[in-house]
Every structure is written in structure tokens, then in C-alpha cells.
Design a protein around this ligand. Structure first.
Ligand code: PMP
Length: 330
């Protein structure tokens, strides 16, 4: 009792997120299922890991100097993590976000002190109005700024290789047989997959993609097919371009999920397990059920499903009955 116990700042609380049994909602499936609940990070999502890793790196290599500016395009979570670290370390943070992201997320970025530019989601990635091109332009216009560029920054994979992947290996005592992970930039699935397959090449790395995204088709054909694309509601899952932050060779398979089944699954997880999870946690769970239907798992399977973020980010979307009815989901 003679020593005070405290953290210097919330960044010291990053990582080592818990594995929580999903036994209650997976009784009908073969094998054992666990959620890795990334909402326990201080910024309430898996994106804390890449934000800290990439900022530390930029500081170490001298690219980011005191008083500098951090610029990024984001569906909200990476932006929140970057804004949090900027607040702690005294950087300016400028974010381009697509107008598809929930109002909750946009408000949260501003609450954390970021300068936010809202961009249309309905334009192609190479349109000057897109959030990619807007972030690029803001970076070029701002002296002493760095551009995180998470979709094309392969260090995004390393952040998860050194933390999330290792944690899953250690928390399951090396017993994990499958991981089910959503793919956006692909950093999470690629980093986890790379670490686990180095430890045990038999571990299966199962991806989750959105209906309307180009990722699954690219994984199967190595060709970008614009015919696959249409707009959809799930935020942070899938993509209308092919990110180089995805290591497609490490991923065994993808399944696609849609907006409605993802939303309903997230609501079910929350009310039945008490884990207040985000929209793509629902996507990952539905994908797991689809893999189970395909016969992917057996009695000996130990399956880790990554839950990327916290439900509070979706109060005006999937946790709002009016929104759900308007979409035709209820
Ligand atoms: N879910 C949510 C809510 C996200 O914000 C993201 C990040 N875009 C993902 C899943 C996918 O993670 P990653 O970018 O590492 O593939």
C-alpha cells in the first residue's frame, strides 16, 4: 500500500485486450469460440494499435517533429486513435472522413480535438473529392505534416504482427486453430495471420468482406473487378480499391456478409453476451456462422473472432430502431 498505482497516460493501457468466451451464442456450432474484444483499448478499437505504432515510428525516424501535424483518411476509428495520441503528445490532427461514417464517429473525432473534413462516400477513390484524395491534398498543403496512409502503409501489418497476433497466440496457449477477422485495410488480418502462421502453419486465417467490396474477388482472381462494387452501410469493412496493406497470400479464404445480417448479429451479441460491440463485430460473427455452415470447423476447433470496436460508435445507426426500420432491417 505504500506505492501509488497509476498510468502516465492512457496509451499505457493499449493492447492485451481480453479474449471472452462466446459459448452462450455458439452452442449450436462445433468447436469453441472466443471474441478478442478490441473495444478494451483506450480509444475503444483495434486502430489504437496502428496509430501508436505508426506515430512512434514517425517520431523515431524524425518524420514527425514536435508541433507537427498528422493527416489521415479514416472511417472514424483510426482517426479517433490518431486524435487521442495527438492530444496526449501535442500534435495537430487533420482527418478526412467519408459521409457514410456515423454522426457519432464524426462528433467523437471533433470531441477529441481533431479538425474534420467530411467527404462524399459516393465518388470513386481517385476523385479529388474522395476522402483519400482530400487527405493527400491536406498533407501536401500542410508543412511539417505526415500522412499515415493506412491502406497503402505496410507497417500497418507490422503493428498487428507484433501485438494482436502475438496476444492471440499467447492467450490461447498456442491452441488457436482458426481466426475470423474483418478486412478493411487488411492490416489486422494480415498481421495476425502472419504471426500465427509462423508459429503454426496449420492455423486457418479466415477473412470477412462486405457485399459491395472488391476484396474477396481480388483474393480469388488477383484482379480488381469494378462490377463487384456497390455502396453499403457497414463502416470499416471491405473496400472499393485493393489496399497494399493486405497480405493476400496469408489469408486462406473470404466470405461476404451484408448490412442487415451484420446489424442484426451485432445487436444479438450485445443483448445476449453483454459485449457492447460495433457493426463489424456483427459482420465477423455472421461470417463465423457462414464458415461453420460450410463445415470449416470441427469439435477440436478453437476459433478466435476479432471484435474491432465498441457499440457506442453506432448509437445513431444499428442501435437506433428508427434507423434500422428505415433500412428495412427490423
Ligand atoms: N472494423 C472496423 C469498425 C474498422 O474501423 C476497421 C478498420 N477500417 C476494420 C474493421 C478493418 O480493420 P483493418 O483496416 O485492419 O482491415
Amino acid at each position: 500500500m505504500d506505492k501509488m498505482q497509476y498510468y502516465n497516460n492512457v496509451l499505457e493501457l493499449m493492447g492485451n485486450t481480453p479474449l471472452v468466451s462466446l459459448e452462450k451464442i455458439t452452442k449450436d456450432l462445433k468447436g469453441r469460440y472466443f471474441a478478442k474484444v478490441e473495444a478494451f483499448n483506450p480509444g475503444h478499437s483495434a486502430k489504437d494499435r496502428i496509430a501508436l505504432y505508426l506515430i512512434d515510428e514517425a517520431e523515431r525516424t524524425g518524420k514527425l517533429k514536435p508541433g507537427g501535424t498528422i493527416v489521415e483518411n479514416t472511417s472514424g476509428n483510426t482517426g479517433f486513435s490518431l486524435a487521442m495520441i495527438s492530444a496526449i503528445r501535442g500534435y495537430r490532427c487533420i482527418l478526412a472522413i467519408s459521409d457514410k461514417s456515423s454522426q457519432d464517429k464524426i462528433d467523437m473525432l471533433r470531441a477529441m480535438g481533431a479538425e474534420v473534413h467530411v467527404c462524399p462516400a459516393s465518388v470513386p477513390a481517385d476523385d479529388p473529392r474522395s476522402y483519400y484524395k482530400t487527405a493527400e491534398r491536406l498533407h501536401n498543403e500542410t508543412p511539417n505534416s505526415i500522412y499515415i496512409n493506412q491502406y497503402f502503409n505496410e507497417k500497418n501489418i507490422d503493428a498487428h504482427y507484433y501485438s494482436t497476433g502475438r496476444e492471440i497466440w499467447e492467450q490461447t496457449a498456442g491452441k488457436v486453430t482458426h481466426v475470423v477477422v474483418c478486412s478493411g485495410t487488411g492490416g489486422t488480418i494480415s498481421g495476425i495471420g502472419r504471426y500465427l502462421k509462423e508459429k503454426n502453419p496449420n492455423i486457418k486465417v479466415l477473412g470477412v468482406d462486405a457485399e459491395g467490396s472488391a476484396i474477396k474477388k481480388y483474393h480469388e482472381t488477383r484482379e480488381f473487378d469494378p462490377n463487384e462494387l456497390h455502396s453499403y452501410q457497414v463502416e470499416g469493412l471491405g473496400k472499393n480499391l485493393i489496399p497494399t496493406a493486405t497480405d493476400f497470400d496469408i489469408i486462406d479464404e473470404f466470405v461476404k456478409v451484408n448490412d442487415k445480417e451484420s446489424a442484426l448479429a451485432a445487436r444479438k451479441i450485445t443483448t445476449e453476451t453483454g459485449i457492447f460491440c460495433g457493426y463489424t463485430s456483427g459482420s465477423a460473427f455472421v461470417a463465423t456462422e457462414k464458415y461453420a455452415q460450410k463445415g470449416t470447423f470441427d469439435e477440436n476447433s478453437i476459433v478466435v473472432i476479432l471484435f474491432p470496436d465498441h457499440g457506442s460508435r453506432y448509437m445513431s445507426k444499428i442501435y437506433n430502431d428508427e434507423w434500422m426500420k428505415k433500412q428495412g432491417f427490423l
